[in-house]
Design a protein around this ligand. Structure first.
Ligand SMILES: [Zn+2]
Ligand SMILES: [Zn+2]
Ligand SMILES: [Zn+2]
Length: 212
């Protein structure tokens, strides 16, 4: 895997700056100094062990890999790959992950394909999976109408109920999870947060996002 030198340098500089801030603040406030030092060390660690990228095995685009995830998704072709030290390996189309992994973007009025989210056989039933999401974390992906309604509420941080109908077969439960994901693309390509439903079956994911 290739190091994203630019991103790593930014994290290293930010970490060093925070450590200096922490050292200067020590006399005035030990708490401020400790917090600055903590974030400083975190940023330095990220510069050392994170900020890698590797070519997508499906299309060749650069895929960023931070930390040590089991899977990474290509921002260009949306294929997932498994992550190893030497790089990314394409997943077979019928692959299953042990836990809900493959993120299908949630759109208003969406319907998932008629395949079990767990084993990818034809689904025979649907179960509604729901979660409470902080409105600030789920802006445009829900559609403006929904968002405005939530913002009219009195709360400072309104929560929105998000639910998705998840298809599954008679043998499996609707083992899927709703989550909020940060944009991809390292420091320069931060997109706005995306609401997703994660499934175990790569085939279910592929059908849902339109990969052949
Ligand atoms: Zn990074
Ligand atoms: Zn790709
Ligand atoms: Zn199943």
């Amino acid at each position: 895997m290739r190091k994203r030198i630019g991103d790593a340098a930014v994290f290293a500089l930010a970490g060093a700056a925070l450590l200096i801030v922490g050292a200067k603040a020590w006399g005035a406030s030990k708490a401020v100094a400790a917090v600055a030092a903590l974030f400083g060390v975190g940023a330095l660690l990220h510069a050392v062990i994170g900020c890698y990228e590797s070519p997508c095995p499906a299309c060749g685009a650069a895929v960023s890999v931070d930390g040590a995830p089991a899977y990474a998704r290509c921002p260009r072709c949306q294929h997932y790959a498994s992550v190893a030290e030497k790089g990314l390996t394409e997943l077979p189309a019928d692959y299953f992950a042990a836990a809900p992994t493959f993120s299908i973007p949630i759109k208003p009025g969406m319907a998932l394909p008629g395949v079990c989210c767990d084993c990818a056989q034809a689904s025979t039933r649907q179960t509604t999976v729901s979660a409470k999401i902080e409105d600030a974390l789920a802006p445009a992906s829900l559609g403006e109408g929904v968002r405005k309604n939530a913002l009219l509420g009195a709360g400072v941080r309104p929560l929105i109920d998000v639910s998705v109908s998840v298809p599954h077969c008679g043998e499996h439960a609707a083992d899927a999870r709703i989550a909020v994901e940060r944009g991809e693309g390292g420091l320069t390509g931060q997109a706005e947060p995306q609401l997703v439903v994660r499934v175990k079956s790569y085939a279910c994911y592929r059908a849902a996002v339109g990969l052949s």
